[in-house]
Every structure is written in structure tokens, then in C-alpha cells.
Write a protein that binds this ligand. Structure first.
Ligand SMILES: NC(=O)c1ccc[n+]([C@@H]2O[C@H](COP(=O)([O-])OP(=O)(O)OC[C@H]3O[C@@H](n4cnc5c(N)ncnc54)[C@H](O)[C@@H]3O)[C@@H](O)[C@H]2O)c1
Length: 369
């Protein structure tokens, strides 16, 4: 009999805890996986008790996913090396700013043939521009990486409300195993090969959601939101076509849960939209609002906008991505929020056909203003 796959979840925030609920339940009843699922918890004191102690005794992450019982076979471990040492599958689900330190801590101390799957949304900058978080992990740890991204707001997933998700994985056998680990009746998994496109969608949609939040804060309605989503999607596709050079970038991938579905849910329901709306209504800074509104959770949209801006500047491509650029300038360069509306009004999509950011691949316009 093949040895059982041991699973370790690296991270225990809102999404990490929701996914631990699924992975724990699946591992408990699937012969391919060891029953115990270790979850690395960044230790902190909550109401005078250690968070790991609370999770292991009460089976609830009271800080990041209150009100949800975690399976008893999910074991919270405060020591990262101990949690990950013997794992065959490593699920990375931490805010992207902590990836470097986490990888440096476990480098050379995990199984060389472990499989990694990243649920992390964000991008990094490499010497030549864009660097995917999965590539950062792969390079630092030398393990094969896949990704999981989709329209998956953690609290709704934990509530077992139906949704879909996408695994990007280049190896069919690995994809099938990861699907077994993740899928439930209410969390349906599709596996696609274009893992870099899946991952880039997960990062970029948070920038668009900040723009959606600006429009909400300014009192615009659903029609405007739909325009933000459409123009944002056009920029996401254009960005992927420039930067995902390892293989094909097919339109079909943007129709998976990781693409248009995640973009819609994030522009209506996510924390990036919520904080951006408050940014407009209160006049407070993004950092202040992150502290006030998110109870230790981290915001990804503004940070991703800054990273993408550096990458685009480096390639002299800023003008091709006005929506991404406007979000950056409003968050970091004190530009007025109303500039976001001017950006929509003057978007290359509305100005002239040759300037279309997708190079004219989408349906051609019949008339131009
Ligand atoms: N929450 C969602 O709905 C959702 C859905 C899909 C994907 N994601 C992505 O999943 C990733 C993780 O998000 P989340 O929602 O689980 O986290 P979170 O924002 O809820 O929580 C922050 C986490 O960071 C940890 N942390 C704080 N300081 C740290 C440090 N110095 N080193 C390491 N860890 C530290 C905290 O313990 C906590 O576990 C992000 O990339 C996010 O974009 C989130």
C-alpha cells in the first residue's frame, strides 16, 4: 500500500482556518491522507491564552474564524519547522509579505519531494519584473508548486455555502491528488494547467476591488461597478498576456472561478472593497483602516497595486494599465479619489480602437466615441 500523504497547512488566518476545516474533514475519511493535519499557527495571545492552545482544546480559531468548529484532527503547532518537517503536501496560506521569512525558516528542513500548493494572493518583484509567489516558494524550497484560487470568501466557504475554485497544476496526477484533498460537495474544484494565469488572476483582482470600493465610497451604483469589473478584467487579461510567458494564456482560464468569478465576488464582498470604501468616506489612511477594521487581517490590494506599478514602470507600460495605475496613485500618491472616475471615462477601451489594451482580441467595437 502506498504510504499515506501527510498534510501541513502553513498559516491559520481567516482563509487558512476555513481551508483547514475542509482539509481536516477530507483527510479524516480519505485513505490517501494521514488523518492528522498539522497547521502552523503564528503564536499570539488571545484573551490571555495562547492561540494554539485555544485551537487544540476548543477547536476554534477564535481570532480569525470565530464561530466555526475546526475538525479535531487539525493540530495547531506553533513551531514552523516541527509543523512542516514530515509533510508530503504543504498548503501555503499566509499573507504574501511573510512568505520570504517562512521559506527561509523551513529551507532544507522539509521533505525534498514534498508537493506545495499556494493559496496566497499577491505578486513579488524579481530582477526582470514580475515574480509569482509560487515561483518564490519553488525557488527557495526546491519543491514542485501548484496554486488554488477562486471566488472563495473565507467566511462563506466556512459556512459551507456553495462555491467553485480553481487549482492550477501542471502535473495531472498531482492535480488529481490535490483535488481529492480540497474538494467537497459545496467547494467544487476544477483543475487547469495554466497555473501562472490562475495565480496572476488571484493577485490582480484585489487591485480592481480597491477601485470598486472607491466607486462605492463615492456613491456610484451597480452599473459603474460592472464597468470597473469589465475594464479591470481587460487589464488583467492584458497583463497576463504580457507577463505569463511560460506557456499559453487562454481566454478559457479567465472564465474559471479564479478569473471572472473571483473578480466579481471580491468587487462586491471582499475586505479590499470594504476598506477602499471607508478610505473615501472617512478620509483616513489605508494603514489606519487596516488596523481599525481588519482585526489583524492583512490587506492585499494596495500592496499588489504598488508591486504591479513598479513592474509596469520598469517595462514602460504604465499607460496601458490606467485602472491599475489610478488605484496606485490614489492609495500611495495622494491623488484625489475622483481621478478613478476620470480614469474610467478616459480608459483606452473608450478612446480609440488601436489603443485597445487586449490588442483587439476581444469582440471588435462597431462604433467609437
Ligand atoms: N480571507 C479570504 O477570504 C481569502 C480568500 C482567498 C485567499 N486569501 C488569501 O490567503 C492568504 C492568507 O490570508 P488569510 O485570510 O488566511 O490571513 P488573514 O489576513 O486573515 O490573517 C493574517 C495571518 O497572518 C498571520 N501573521 C501575522 N503576523 C505574522 C508574521 N509576522 N509572520 C507570519 N504570519 C503572521 C496571523 O497569525 C494570521 O494567521 C492571503 O494571501 C489572502 O489574500 C484569503
Amino acid at each position: 500500500m502506498a504510504p499515506l500523504n501527510k498534510v501541513c497547512i502553513i498559516g491559520s488566518g481567516n482563509w487558512g482556518s476555513a481551508i483547514a476545516k475542509i482539509v481536516g474533514a477530507n483527510a479524516a475519511c480519505n485513505a490517501n491522507f494521514d488523518t492528522t493535519v498539522k497547521m502552523w499557527v503564528f503564536e499570539e495571545m488571545v484573551n490571555g491564552r495562547k492561540l494554539t492552545e485555544i485551537i487544540n482544546k476548543d477547536h476554534e480559531n477564535v481570532k480569525y474564524l470565530p464561530g466555526h468548529r475546526l475538525p479535531e484532527n487539525v493540530l495547531a503547532v506553533p513551531d514552523l519547522v516541527e509543523a512542516s518537517r514530515d509533510a508530503d503536501i504543504l498548503v501555503f496560506v499566509i499573507p504574501h509579505q511573510f512568505v520570504g521569512k517562512v521559506c527561509d525558516t523551513i529551507k532544507g528542513k522539509i521533505k525534498a519531494d514534498a508537493l506545495g500548493i499556494s493559496l496566497i494572493k499577491g505578486v513579488d518583484e524579481g530582477p526582470d519584473g514580475l515574480k509569482l509567489i509560487s515561483d518564490v516558494i519553488q525557488e527557495k524550497l526546491g519543491i514542485t508548486m501548484s496554486v488554488l484560487m477562486g471566488a472563495n470568501i473565507a467566511n462563506e466557504v466556512a459556512d459551507e455555502k456553495f462555491c467553485e475554485t480553481t487549482i492550477g497544476c501542471k502535473n495531472k496526477n498531482h492535480g488529481a491528488l490535490l483535488k481529492e484533498l480540497m474538494q467537497t460537495t459545496n467547494f467544487r474544484v476544477t483543475v487547469v494547467e495554466e497555473s501562472d494565469v490562475v495565480e496572476i488572476c488571484g493577485a490582480l483582482k484585489n487591485i480592481v476591488a480597491v477601485g470598486a470600493g472607491f466607486c462605492d465610497g463615492l456613491g456610484f451604483g451597480d452599473n459603474t461597478k460592472a464597468a470597473v469589473i469589465r475594464l479591470g478584467l481587460m487589464e488583467m487579461i492584458a497583463f497576463a498576456r504580457i507577463f505569463c510567458t511560460a506557456g499559453p494564456v487562454s481566454s478559457a482560464t479567465f472564465l474559471e472561478s479564479c478569473g471572472v468569478a473571483d473578480l466579481i465576488t471580491t468587487c462586491y464582498g471582499g475586505r479590499n472593497r470594504r476598506v477602499a470604501e471607508a478610505f473615501v468616506k472617512t478620509g483616513k489612511s489605508i494603514e489606519e483602516l487596516e488596523k481599525e477594521m481588519l482585526n489583524g487581517q492583512k490587506l492585499q490590494g494596495p500592496a499588489t497595486a504598488a508591486e504591479v506599478n513598479h513592474i509596469l514602470k520598469h517595462k514602460n507600460l504604465i499607460d496601458k494599465f490606467p485602472l491599475f495605475n489610478a488605484v496606485y496613485q490614489i492609495c500611495f500618491q495622494a491623488h484625489p479619489v475622483t481621478e478613478f472616475i476620470s480614469c474610467l471615462q478616459n480608459h483606452p477601451e473608450h478612446i480609440c480602437y488601436p489603443a485597445r489594451i487586449d490588442g483587439g482580441r476581444a469582440a471588435p467595437h462597431l462604433s467609437h466615441s
